[in-house]
Design a protein around this ligand. Structure first.
Ligand code: HEM
Length: 515
């Protein structure tokens, strides 16, 4: 059968108006209206059929069928419109609508770089060394910061170092941090390519500043210091005849993809921990029990945290991370229907249609999360012996922050490592309060734009960060495991039949597993 059609309130333009008015929340609204009876329904925008999915079972079936339901046409269109790629690049990537050797090779090296020792350990260590520098840099007498801005700056600088090496466009010109986020704020409008200089002026200017900086990076051969992901991507590009100018033009979106979700999730999780003193105390207790303290000859104390210990011994912190991504990530995974296909022997999706898998609607569904689906419960993901298998399964299936199937987010382990370890140290070693000394209050989320995966705050908050007395002389540092080997089979691959693929943060790439 063809999926039922959800009618617009106003004929013809109703759905477009809904998207304009509610942004990224529009699909969630539609799902809350129709989702109880229709796990998959369609909306029509002019001649385009959009299939809206709000069932994890159907989502998995769609993720698995990479032949009929492809992500690559979007990447091709994005490359043409936003990165302004020249004809040669477009010819290489467009072969067979994106089902080609270039994309396969990029996909392979990406999965490898994020799942295999030693590449993954190198990137984790680079990021964590950088984040430790931010902790150690907090003024000993306390420091007032705009919290979102502070976190945003830290992750942008540190991720650029981890991906590109210590000398990179951001380290050479810190003003470019703002440009990255200006680009992020207008990237969707930019992708419409309708007089972008006028319709998305800040993003347009940001692109104009960033692209030459990355081209210069390649011209100077600085990519020899990049991490394995960036190096292998460049190598594949060169084999396909891409110039330094082509390679440099891509990096803006690579860096943007690597931080755009991490920052709002780190901010949101930190605020939600700090606003509840009881939760803060429990997390401090967990983290305190795993940190190593080493007295130094100069009177300082090295305070060391091993990320593997967090997974094994900090269940409340890990559960808070999971609940936070459930709450903060409203990602819609997009696929294009390449040929007529029947999903789960039931729903006919027609060639040319666009599938939107609404992770956010599933994350808020009472069907999976119970009556308190809209409440932030940091203890929700704790192993509970009384929970039935059915409840456990429903809960693990209802979490889709990282998409799924072949395009399951390769950075999901890194995101966990960089957010959870940084926040663990912040919470245990520092007092963070609002400027007036009161408890941190998370600001409301602002309206999301269409295509934005993680919710951002409506406004920033000013806080004072002060070292706790017990950590006055501490030098913070992080350790990642270095003695683990990961099997090839643990990488996310197309057609993997694991029904939970993509629904849980997966820590296999670090040599340990959450469950
Ligand atoms: C909380 C943090 C993050 C969230 C919520 C997130 C979410 C997502 C989602 C929803 C997708 C699309 C998957 C699909 O359509 O099936 C994706 C793809 C991707 N993400 Fe992430 N992500 C995060 C962090 C990261 C990080 C830290 C990196 C890299 C350093 C990264 C790199 C990528 C890449 C390269 C893709 C494209 C994969 C492909 O096309 O095969 N992400 N992410």
């Amino acid at each position: 059968m063809e999926p039922p059609l959800a009618p617009p309130k106003v004929p013809l333009i109703g759905h477009l108006w809904g998207m304009f008015r509610h942004g990224g929340g529009y699909y969630k609204l539609l799902c809350s209206k129709y989702g109880c009876c229709w796990p998959l329904f369609s909306i029509q925008i002019f001649s385009t059929e959009i299939y809206v999915v709000n069932s994890p079972e159907l989502a998995q079936a769609i993720f698995r069928d990479t032949k009929a339901l492809s992500f690559n046409p979007f990447v091709i269109e994005f490359t043409r419109r936003v990165m302004k790629a020249r004809d040669h690049v477009m010819n290489v990537i467009s072969v067979n609508d994106g089902e080609n050797d270039h994309f396969d090779s990029i996909h392979h090296v990406t999965q490898r770089s994020f799942a295999h020792v030693p590449a993954v350990l190198e990137t984790n260590q680079r990021v964590l060394n950088g984040l430790a520098r931010y902790l150690n840099g907090v003024d000993t007498s306390g420091q007032f910061v705009q919290l979102f801005d502070w976190i945003r700056n830290a992750y942008t600088v540190v991720t650029a170092e981890a991906l590109y090496g210590n000398v990179n466009p951001i380290s050479e010109d810190p003003k470019l941090v703002k440009n990255i986020w200006d680009f992020e704020g207008g990237v969707m409008t930019l992708s419409l390519n309708l007089f972008p200089r006028l319709t998305a002026p800040a993003a347009w200017k940001a692109r104009k500043a960033l692209v030459p900086a990355f081209i210069d990076y390649y011209n100077r051969g600085l990519d020899q210091y990049a991490n394995s992901w960036i190096k292998s991507r460049a190598q594949i590009g060169r084999q396909d005849g891409f110039t330094n100018k082509d390679l440099g033009s891509f990096e803006l979106t690579v860096l943007y993809t690597s931080i755009v979700n991490t920052v709002p999730n780190a901010f949101s999780m930190l605020c939600r921990i700090l606003r509840e003193p009881a939760l803060t105390a429990k997390i401090c207790h967990e983290v305190d029990s795993i940190i190593g303290r080493f007295n130094q000859a100069d009177g300082t104390v090295r305070v060391s945290l091993n990320i593997a210990d967090i997974v094994k011994q900090c269940p409340i912190l890990v559960s808070t991370w999971q609940e936070n991504i459930r709450f903060t990530v409203n990602a819609t995974s997009v696929r294009v229907v390449m040929e007529d296909v029947v999903i789960k022997d039931k729903y006919l999706l027609k060639k040319g249609g666009i599938v939107q898998i609404c992770g956010g609607a599933i994350h808020e569904s009472t069907r999976y999360w119970g009556q308190d689906a809209l409440t932030f419960d940091p203890y929700r993901f704790l192993e509970n012996k009384d929970q039935s298998r059915g409840v456990k399964k429903a809960r693990s299936q209802g979490l889709l922050p990282f998409g799924g199937g072949k395009h399951l987010c390769p950075g999901r382990n890194l995101a966990f490592v960089e957010v959870v370890s940084f926040l663990a140290m912040l919470v245990v070693g520092f007092d963070i309060r609002m400027k007036d000394g009161s408890l941190v209050q998370p600001p409301p989320y602002k309206k999301q734009y269409v295509g934005e995966a993680s919710k951002k705050p409506e406004h920033d908050i000013e806080v004072k960060i002060t070292r706790k007395e017990a950590y006055k002389d501490a030098v913070f540092e992080f350790w990642v495991e270095s003695s683990v080997e990961v099997e090839e089979s643990s990488m996310a691959e197309p057609g993997n039949d694991d029904p939970f693929q993509g629904q849980q943060p997966n820590f296999e790439g670090l040599g340990f597993s959450l469950h």
